[in-house]
Design a protein around this ligand. Structure first.
Ligand code: SF4
Length: 347
């Protein structure tokens, strides 16, 4: 607490050092070069849970195909999902699409964080980022990066249950540090500091513009902050089917109301077909992590018997997709990669 008050008392000097560094050293990014509200919104959606380097080609392609809110609002959902394919967390794409439609339809355009939070897919972080950058609203962004910086600056020793609790704890301090600054620049400077200098492992304190304000640095213990309870990772096993018939591959389409896989294709699970393949038919074992689950997916080759073909024909979610037209359906990121690898591997 004392350290927080001390930092707030030195706010003007902190902002001057941070902002001067940001102006001189920030990475040139397409949503920063010629900023617009639309570019800020798209980039903020894409950057959730995703690295800048991964986002860049998606962002550029998206802007070419869907250059503004009007184009996005009018686009068919299949096009939106296809442009997002491989970026993961597909609810972001669906929400961004709905947001554009709501934004175009709104008679009075949203401006404050509270108004933006009424729109699909907008939480406190995104609302603060969009409104501070586009309208100069004095709202601080607080995510894992900002929590890490603030916890180190003030040497916060409390053990947090999870990231959500830590974000809640640090939001008042983050808000206090925005006061009197250009809020958009301040938030972007904090994000940039977290992404390029105050790294999770081996923070670069020697080149940090706010090292003189940092309690953890003074104590020589940046690595000890923030203190978060370790996540419990659950192991899960899934058995998948690789079934081909007349040059077509069997895929399953996620239900429109499914939280994660709506509109996305994946290899079906053995339970979708009511079968238990033997170990001899194992084709590949793949692994992926989704939130707190470490998932092992075993893929089995299954022959399309007459009985199986009948069952498949009765299930509207199961689709035969010609191998040569796989790029015309939207696959989940890992399945796109795995299917590509398995097809490449057989030459
Ligand atoms: Fe992070 Fe080091 Fe800067 Fe402190 S001095 S804010 S630990 S990079």
């Amino acid at each position: 607490m004392a350290n927080s008050e001390n930092l707030i008392a030195r706010r003007a000097g902190f902002q001057t050092a941070l902002h001067a560094w940001y102006r001189a050293h920030h990475r040139k990014l397409p949503w920063r070069d010629t900023p617009s509200l639309y570019k800020t919104v798209v980039s903020e959606f894409m950057l959730q849970q995703t690295q800048v380097a991964t986002v860049l080609p998606y962002f550029n392609r998206w802007l070419r195909e869907l250059p503004d809110f009007v184009a996005l609002a009018a686009a068919p959902e299949t096009k939106v999902m296809k442009l997002w394919e491989g970026l993961g967390y597909y609810s972001r794409a669906r929400n961004l699409h709905k947001l554009a439609q709501a934004y175009i339809a709104a008679p009075a355009k949203p401006r404050t964080p509270a108004e933006w939070r009424e729109l699909p897919g907008i939480g406190p972080y995104t609302a603060a980022a969009i409104t501070s950058i586009s309208f100069g609203e004095p709202a601080a962004v607080v995510d894992g990066n900002v929590v890490r910086i603030l916890a180190r600056l003030v040497g916060e020793g409390r053990l947090f249950r999870d990231g959500t609790e830590a974000v809640k704890h640090f939001t008042p301090l983050a808000d206090a540090l925005v006061i009197g600054s250009n809020p958009g620049e301040h938030n972007q400077a904090m994000m940039e500091l977290g992404a390029t200098v105050c790294l999770r492992a081996n923070p670069m304190c020697l080149v940090c513009p706010v090292a003189g304000f940092c309690a953890a640095r003074a104590a020589g213990t940046p690595d000890k902050f923030p203190r978060l309870k370790p996540k419990v990772i659950e192991q899960k096993a899934v058995a998948r089917v690789w079934c081909e018939h007349h040059g077509r591959l069997l895929l399953r389409l996620g239900h429109a109301k499914a939280k994660r896989l709506a509109g996305l294709h994946e290899l079906p699970e053995t339970s979708d077909l009511g079968i238990k393949p033997g170990a001899k038919s194992l084709l590949a074992v793949k692994r992926r992590t989704i939130t707190r689950f470490a998932i092992t997916e075993s893929i089995y080759v299954v022959k399309p018997t007459a009985a199986l073909l009948k069952r498949i024909a009765r299930d509207a979610a199961l689709e035969w997709v010609p191998l040569k037209q796989l790029d015309q359906v939207t696959l989940s990121g890992p399945h796109k990669r795995w299917i590509g690898d398995l097809l490449d591997g057989r030459g």
